[in-house]
Design a binder for this molecule. Structure first.
Ligand code: ZN
Length: 179
């Protein structure tokens, strides 16, 4: 699956659904879901208060509380995923920077257990340890986002708990993959 390495606190803010824009100097035509990798080196020497505007701090407070320790949690880890749905300039979001490309993000997911000790790379890169798929729950018919985890090889993990409570096992894994 495609991955983007992002410095903290930006990576966690995106995975937590707080930051809905990734600002980059380059344009992307890619649309779809990517994994979020938190880079080993954070933005140094600055607290959130120096880094962010009042509106941005307010948004963090609403979502995860004011201490926001969760946004400094993981370094060198794949922490979640998000969809890239557009790439524009001058987006109205409070997270959009002027003079660069604003990648518009949607439907973030934060992993319960991040995949630790993963080295980042520049630009997009590929992580073969994880495949995120849409599966259909055999019990209630809901389309669920589930993870095929190959990092536990030779025993890959196919296990997903549907919102109806049904635990979907590999034998019931009906992939409905639009990507
Ligand atoms: Zn279900």
């Amino acid at each position: 699956m495609k991955v983007l390495s992002i410095k903290q606190p930006w990576a966690s803010l995106i995975a937590h659904g707080i930051k809905d824009i990734e600002n980059r100097t380059w344009k992307t035509n890619f649309r779809g879901r990517i994994l979020i990798h938190s880079a080993k080196r954070p933005i140094y020497g600055k607290s959130l208060f120096d880094l962010l505007t009042k509106d941005q701090l307010q948004k963090i407070n609403e979502k995860v509380g004011f201490d926001a320790s969760c946004v400094w949690d993981h370094y060198g880890a794949i922490i979640g995923s998000v969809e890239i749905v557009d790439c524009v300039v001058n987006h109205p979001s409070i997270w959009a920077e002027k003079g660069v490309w604003n990648w518009v993000l949607a439907n973030p997911i934060i992993f319960d257990k991040p995949i630790e000790n993963v080295k980042g790379k520049l630009s997009f890169w590929d992580f073969t340890g994880i495949n995120e798929v849409q599966i259909k729950c055999p019990e209630c018919g809901s389309i669920e986002l589930a993870i095929e985890d190959y990092t536990t090889a030779p025993f890959s993990t196919y296990l997903h708990t549907c919102k109806c409570g049904h635990v979907i096992m590999e034998s019931e894994w009906l992939v409905n993959n639009p990507y």
